[in-house]
Design a protein. Structure first.
Length: 200
């Protein structure tokens, strides 16, 4: 099966995503998980600007076939474009326990309730974007910050450029779109390996 470099969202149906129609901030101007947890809305079927590049080989899937194996690592995917979200989630579900959302506020809601092994988060989003989500988690769930992998389609502002530079110093991967299946798996495996080392 081959994924094209470009594509459009086509009848994705209900994917359970929630995108806030209104942006709520505290009076200090900072995002608050508590302020955002009640936000709900609906994803839009916008054209996908990219889809995972490369060829999907059976060897890449690394499917765990035995039910006696340990639970699959949990991955939360936060990506605003539904077509991209669908492709990434469908690919990762072959090897991981995946939850996916196209809303930053819904991603925060999920992280407030569950410890994910990996958080794959888009950098540029409406509402709380990648940097805002990261700063909130740093304050309220600091044990999760080392589990982030960011995705970016470019178009950096001075603010996002500074954030990407900060992530480099903290050894947090920022994947440039489009990226290959193998590069995505390698970034996830690096987070999982680091997590296991911290447990040891």
């Amino acid at each position: 099966m081959r994924y094209g470099l470009f594509g459009r969202a086509t009848r994705l149906g209900s994917n359970g995503c929630h995108q806030p129609r209104h942006v709520n901030k505290t009076f200090t101007g900072r995002w608050s998980i508590r302020a955002l947890l009640g936000s709900q809305g609906q994803c839009t079927n916008r054209p996908a600007s990219w889809i995972l590049s490369g060829t999907l080989h059976a060897a890449d899937l690394r499917v765990r076939q035995s039910n006696s194996n340990p639970p699959l690592p949990s991955v939360l995917v936060i990506e605003e474009e539904p077509a991209i979200l669908s492709v990434i989630a469908r690919f990762l579900k072959e090897s991981y326990s995946v939850e996916a959302t196209c809303s930053g506020s819904d991603g925060l809601r999920r992280m407030s309730r569950k410890d994910y092994d990996v958080v794959l988060c888009d950098l540029h989003m409406t509402g709380p974007d990648g940097p805002e989500i990261y700063q909130l988690i740093r304050m309220e769930r600091p044990e999760l910050i080392s589990r982030f992998v960011f995705m970016s389609g470019g178009a950096y502002t001075p603010r996002t450029e500074a954030f990407v530079d900060e992530m480099k110093t903290e050894n947090i991967e920022v994947l440039a779109k489009p990226f290959s299946h193998s590069k995505l798996l390698a970034a996830i495996d690096d987070v999982l390996a680091s997590h296991q080392t911290q447990k040891a």
